[in-house]
Design a protein around this ligand. Structure first.
Ligand code: ADP
Ligand code: MG
Length: 380
């Protein structure tokens, strides 16, 4: 399993920086010195009292006091050593052991078992942490397996769409051209109904060609022509407008634009993106001649583009649906189309690492599409 490099551990601050062992050593040393000093001072006072020549019973008591002090000092010394031993072997060592195990897991060995046998509190804590590790790892593995399976089936689906649309082109071209030839050659010998049938057949074949070409474009994104280099988005728009020049002229469309930036992208796909958006703006126009405005604004490492029009607009409740493949909001005889355009646009933008969405626009004020693309290197 792959892991991301871990961030460096957070350094403790304030008095927390000192390890517990040092605190113990420091407090133990201060207590030891203070007690030893107390013993020495007391013994000096006893010696002084003895030098004053006390009564024999008092002198005997003073001697016993001396012995008691030495025994007490010895007992305390033994207790101190015992405590230091316990702290070292029952607390500090297991803590270090556990922290070493946790470090190993954090470094990427997620199968490394966590556990210390003593003391009881630490053993309980380590068993809880270990069961948390096991649960997270198993959930993660499951998610990783599912993601892998999804990637695989997605790849297969894309491959299928590509092969199907690619291989369907040729027989379809044959159907379309032979039905057209049939019409041209034998049109005069046929009655009106037969000519109408042929017309339907040609129309159906043409629509299917359009659909297949769009599907092919869609399945190509991310498979072929994937090179992403610094690309002038203004030039991509120019090419798109060039491809749409006939429609622009026929409908009297005006296109206004900012100075468009250089982005990291694929020339062909950016042209397709602009072409689909402007084509929609022209197709879904209102009564007045279409007016399209393209802008770009720098946002951190990205450029945020907009393409707005003065057309019929999209109801906000359909703002997500229109980006799904084959989803259209109008019957085909009112507005022709395949319903692939915006799905293709979204796929292109996401392939470039950006996002594409429809802005909230009040009814009757057209539609505004907004998307982000990565800025090209040092272009600011
Ligand atoms: N500029 C626009 N103004 C209004 N509606 C739009 C616009 N662009 C897209 N739409 C809506 O989104 C739907 C999907 O668009 P698209 O995927 O390009 O498919 P198509 O153009 O083939 O209908 C369109 O059918 C239309 O209803
Ligand atoms: Mg379209």
């Amino acid at each position: 399993m792959s892991i991301h490099p871990l961030p460096p551990p957070k350094q403790p601050t304030g008095v927390g920086r000192l390890p517990v062992a040092r605190w113990f050593l420091f407090i133990g040393a201060v207590a030891g010195v203070a007690f030893a000093a107390g013993v020495v001072v007391t013994m000096a006072m006893i010696a002084h009292a003895r030098s004053l020549g006390p009564r024999p019973e008092v002198a005997a008591q003073l001697d016993r006091l001396n012995v008691a002090l030495i025994v007490l000092f010895g007992v305390l010394l033994a207790c101190g050593a015992g405590l230091a031993f316990i702290v070292r072997y029952a607390v500090l060592k297991p803590v270090a052991q556990l922290s070493e195990q946790v470090r190993t897991v954090a470094a990427g060995d997620f199968d490394h078992r966590l556990g210390v046998d003593r003391p009881a509190e630490l053993s309980e804590l380590s068993s809880h942490v270990d069961s948390m590790r096991r649960r997270i790892v198993s959930a993660w593995r499951e998610a990783a397996d599912q993601a892998e399976e999804l990637r695989r089936s997605n790849g297969e689906l894309e491959q299928f769409a590509y092969v199907a649309s690619h291989d369907l082109q040729e027989p379809l071209r044959k159907v379309a051209s032979f039905t057209q030839m049939l019409e041209q050659r034998y049109g005069t010998q046929l009655d009106d109904r037969a000519r109408q049938y042929i017309h339907y057949a040609v129309d159906g074949a043409k629509r299917m060609q359009l659909l297949i070409n769009d599907l092919l474009d869609f399945s190509r994104v991310g498979r072929v022509s994937g090179e992403r280099v610094p690309t002038d988005s203004g030039e991509a728009l120019d090419r798109a407008l060039d491809n749409l020049s006939a429609a622009i002229e026929d409908t009297g469309t005006t296109v206004t634009r900012d100075d468009l930036p250089v982005v990291t992208g694929n020339r062909l796909q950016l042209t397709q993106l602009f072409q689909n958006l402007v084509e929609n703006a022209i197709k879904f126009r209102s009564e007045s001649p279409p007016s399209v405005r393209v802008t770009a604004e720098r946002k951190g490492d990205l450029w945020e583009f907009t393409c707005s029009d003065n057309g019929i607009g999209v109801e906000p409740k359909y703002a997500d649906r229109i980006f799904l493949i084959f989803q259209r909001l109008h019957p085909r005889d009112v507005y022709p189309g395949t319903g692939i355009g915006l799905a293709l646009c979204r796929k292109i933008v996401e392939y470039h690492g950006g996002q594409l969405w429809l802005d909230d626009t009040p009814a009757g004020q057209g539609a505004t599409f907004r998307w982000t693309l990565p800025a090209a290197g040092d272009d600011t």
